[in-house]
Every structure is written in C-alpha cells, then in structure tokens.
Design a protein around this ligand. Structure first.
Ligand SMILES: [Zn+2]
Length: 323
C-alpha cells in the first residue's frame, strides 16, 4: 500500500532556559514535542551542534509518516532579518552577531528561517490561534517582561532594521517607574511581573488589611495576587484594575496609530483574564477614537506557551511556499 506522507515543518523556540521544538503540520497541530535545556552559556557552536543532533533524532522519530519541508527558529533578541543573524540578546551572554541561519544550515539539510520569538508567537496566534480571521493584529505577552509582535497586512512588521513591535517599551508616563530597559514609565514597568511586584508593595502600605500581608512582600507573585483577588481582596482587585488601565492606555495609543483589528494577550499574568481585560477595554474606549475602538477586539491567546513553537514552523511554511 502506498501511504501518502504528510508535510511537516520543524518549529523551534530557543529560549534562555529551554529549547522547545516539535513537528508542526499544515493545520497547526504539533507532533513529537520536546522540551530540553538550552545551555546557552556553553556558546553557540555547542548549542547548534546539539540542535542539529535533536533535529536528526526528531526526523528519525517521525519515520516514514512525514516529509519535513523546513525549519523555523525563534530567538529572544534583536534579529537582523536580512542576514538571519542574532545581533544581541540580553539572555544570551556572549552571543553577538551570530549568523543563526547560516550556522544551522551548515549542520542540516534544510532552509532555516530565523526571527524574534515574540514576532513568531504573534505569527503563530495569527495563523492558528486567537488572531485567525484578521489581518491587523498585535500580540502582547505579559510575563517577567512584556513581549510583543505586530502583524500588519497579514505579515510580521519588522520596521527598517527589524527592531519594531516593542509595545512593552512604549512610554505611558514620562518620568514614571524605572523599567528593566533603563527608561522610565514603559508599559512593562506597570504591567510586567516586576512592575506588579513593585506596585503591590506600595499598595500594601496603604491597605494593611489585605490578605497579601501574610506573604513576605518580596515573595508576592502575580499568582498570589490573583488568588487574593478571587477571594475578593480589595487590594488585589485594585492592583489588577490598575494593570488593566495601564495596558489600556498603551493599547489605546497603538489603536489610534494603527487602527488594529485585534489584540491577543498571552503570558502567565494574562491568566487573570477579565480582571485585567475589562479595565483595559474601558480605558481603551476612553483613549482610542471611536472608529479605532469599534474596530478592535481584545482577546486571550489560544496557543499558550506553544505560540512561539507553532509560529516558528509558520515562518518555515511561508518560506517553503516561496520555493
Ligand atoms: Zn522599558
């Protein structure tokens, strides 16, 4: 019997701590997913040799059922798209001007496509997640940092030197709280994990009866605040109200600039759901012009922590379609 082989693309999310990868089919489903330590401090030659080994194992495991048509990889740093090169990444010490595409193609028999991980998470949600059906979209990932990727006219928007899409570092309060980037008043300084931890400490001074007082202030996590909010803790509810409002200010500005159709919100902090989304929408309504507000919908992400992996494979799919 002649069995038809299914087309598949390798998607890889290379993070500072883990490598997540797997085979992604044309309908966006993931097969043979794996998660391993990335071991970035050992240097790029070591890591790429290891990746090449994993890839060969993956293809072997896929056996005769699949035909692998391409390889896409996302990296959390500034990528020179034209040269498929990682310029620099704060979580990748010593990795400067690394030609990821060239280095991996040297080791593998595939065309390798590289982009920034947040851009690829946006591409994944756009193709197979919460962004389906629109062409103008922003994806925002609320975690320790605030990552974002912009889809305009159905494609990742890179800007002139691949540095576009930094929603987390747009400033919503001049001379506001310090951000990890060294500037003040960025969206991330209000809605990222560290911004939230800073603000809850301030609020607890004014609200001594909060149940969050039972936790050492330095150890309070966004999850603790969510658990307190669910129990009706006023301080925790106020915190999420403020986070949503700050997010709404930033998104209102973006809506007025770009007349987006959709904002997809992911990352651990977005698990607070409507506690953040509702005030964000209300603030957006105040800031965005009527048409811009009417056009935009703010929705939770669908692909969870696999958005980057799926998006990497989507990039490879797009490239393989061109040949
Ligand atoms: Zn910043």
């Amino acid at each position: 019997m002649n069995v038809q082989k299914q087309a598949a693309w390798i998607g890889m999310d290379l993070g500072g701590t883990n490598i997540k990868f797997g085979l992604v089919l044309a309908n966006g489903t993931i097969h043979l997913q794996k998660k391993l330590d990335s071991e970035i401090p050992f240097g790029y030659k070591y890591v790429f040799d290891k990746i090449a080994g994993y890839t060969r194992e993956l293809i072997h495991a896929a056996g005769s059922d699949f035909v692998v048509k391409g390889f896409g990889i996302g990296v959390p740093g500034l990528i020179d798209i034209k040269n498929q090169m990682l310029v620099e990444a704060s979580n990748f010490p010593g990795w400067k001007n690394v030609k990821i595409g060239y280095e991996l193609e040297k080791r593998l028999d595939f065309k390798v496509s590289v982009d920034n991980d947040a851009n690829l998470a946006a591409l994944g949600e756009y193709k197979f997640g919460a962004g389906r059906g629109v062409t103008e979209m922003l994806m925002v990932t609320l975690g320790s940092g605030v990552g974002s990727g912009l889809i305009l006219n159905g494609a990742i928007y890179h800007g002139s030197r691949s540095a576009a899409g930094e929603f987390g570092h747009t400033i919503i309060q001049k001379d506001g709280p310090l951000c990890a980037c060294g500037r003040r008043g960025c969206v991330e300084a209000f809605v990222g994990k560290y911004g939230i931890q800073r603000r809850i400490k301030e609020l607890l001074v004014d609200y001594p009866r909060s149940i969050l007082r039972e936790i050492e202030p330095h150890n309070i996590t966004p999850e603790d605040i969510y658990n307190a909010a669910v129990k009706g803790d006023k301080t925790a509810l106020l915190l999420f109200q403020e986070v949503g409002e700050s997010l709404g200010v930033g998104l209102g500005n973006v809506a007025n600039l770009l007349n987006l159709e959709r904002v997809v919100i992911g990352g651990g902090i977005s698990n607070a759901g409507e506690l953040i989304f509702k005030p964000a929408r209300e603030t957006l309504a105040q800031i965005a012009f009527k048409t811009n507000f009417e056009t935009i919908t703010l929705v939770p992400a669908h692909l969870g922590e696999n958005a980057g992996l799926v998006g990497s494979a989507c990039l490879a799919m797009q490239i393989s379609e061109k040949f």
